[in-house]
Design a protein around this ligand. Structure first.
Ligand code: GZL
Length: 341
């Protein structure tokens, strides 16, 4: 009898425990009950605060700027306690589209990406919108006319960067009417920085007819391609006065070609570049680059604030421009020890 009684009490206790466990859904906060304001869910939500899941598709690892940008994003996600799903597209749009679709399938909380080129995003951005996943653009923008497809765009003003480069050149040659032959190494064809840096530079020099872009070609933002294209420029043009490179990496590749041709970079051929990576500052401090327009990749912290803001339902500005400066040879020498990337 006593044994039977014990079993009865035990069964009763176990059934009680079972009911309690189910009632509090084991502390897990699922999406559907996360918004129910009942006490159990609130406690469960607070007690097991779900980490924000942020899917980010990066252009690639083509330049020192990009590497610094990736480090900034990954470190900032860790500091912010955000679960970062990171994908490197190796500079291919189809890889970025694949990554965005995978993030949609994973039902991440927010999607971010730096579009390798401006066009061809409407379809996948509509898929994200239909899935109710907000999208943040960083670094480069898209040419979509439907700005409801993304919440905000955080990045530099590339037209202004090109303008700053052109304005330095106008100042540098203000005392001559001789023709100044300029060769241009463009960034990735179709990318916002390549399109806009060209536009800004041309606008700044347009009233100075002696400042002539005699040839312009993409070096795809890489050192190897920058060197290769500069070799071709040198072969085809005997009298080059200035190189305008859309980023430091192409300029650094071009410097190798200029030196191999027996010419002095920064002296025989003046060099203007954009980004401001440490290697660029090093070359400038040696007098091989004459003017650097900074393009700041260290916006990881601002990006994570934007991700949190979106999740909290905050109103974000459609456009946030990153702060950046310019550096002559003397200024680069001074700044080099403190450069972070
Ligand atoms: C600019 C960024 C560009 C850099 C390059 O914000 O998109 O891409 O200027 C990088 O170095 O490859």
């Amino acid at each position: 009898m006593r044994k039977a009684k014990k079993v009865g009490v035990l069964t009763l206790l176990m059934s009680l425990m079972l009911v309690t466990a189910c009632g509090s859904n084991n502390g897990a906060t699922t999406k559907e009950n996360a918004n129910q304001p009942d006490k159990t869910t609130t406690e469960a939500t607070v007690a097991t605060d779900k980490k924000i899941v942020f899917g980010f598709s990066q252009v690639g690892a083509e330049s020192g700027w990009r590497t610094a940008n990736t480090t900034s994003i990954q470190d900032s996600a860790k500091e912010a306690g955000i679960d970062l799903k990171f994908s490197d597209a190796q500079q291919k749009q189809e890889n970025q589209i694949k990554a965005l679709r995978s993030f949609i399938q994973q039902k991440v909380d927010v999607i971010g990406f730096s579009p390798v080129v401006e066009s061809g995003w409407d379809t996948v951005l509509k898929e994200a919108k239909d899935a109710g996943i907000p999208v943040i653009l960083t670094d480069r923008s898209v040419d979509s006319t439907d700005t409801s497809l993304y919440v905000t765009f955080l990045g530099s003003d590339f037209v202004l960067e090109g303008q700053k480069a052109g304005e330095w050149l106008v100042e540098e040659y203000k005392d001559t009417t001789d023709q100044v032959n300029i060769v241009e190494l463009q960034g990735t064809t179709g990318s916002a920085p390549a399109i806009d840096r060209k536009e800004g530079f041309e606008a700044a020099i347009k009233d100075h007819s002696n400042l002539k872009i005699i040839t312009s070609q993409t070096g795809d933002f890489t050192r190897a391609k920058g060197k290769e294209v500069m070799q071709a420029f040198l072969k085809a043009n005997k009298d080059i006065d200035v190189l305008y490179a859309h980023n430091d990496d192409m300029a650094l590749g071009a410097i190798q070609a200029i030196e191999a041709a027996g010419l002095k970079p920064g002296v025989d051929i003046k060099i203007i570049t954009v980004d401001g990576i440490k290697d660029g500052f090093q070359a400038a401090s040696e007098g091989k680059i004459n003017f650097i327009v900074e393009c700041n990749p260290l916006f990881g912290g601002q990006l994570m604030e934007a991700v949190k803001g979106v999740v909290e339902g905050k109103e974000l500005p459609k456009r946030t421009v990153t702060e950046e400066g310019t550096f002559t040879i003397e200024q680069a020498k001074e700044a080099l020890p403190n450069r972070k990337y």
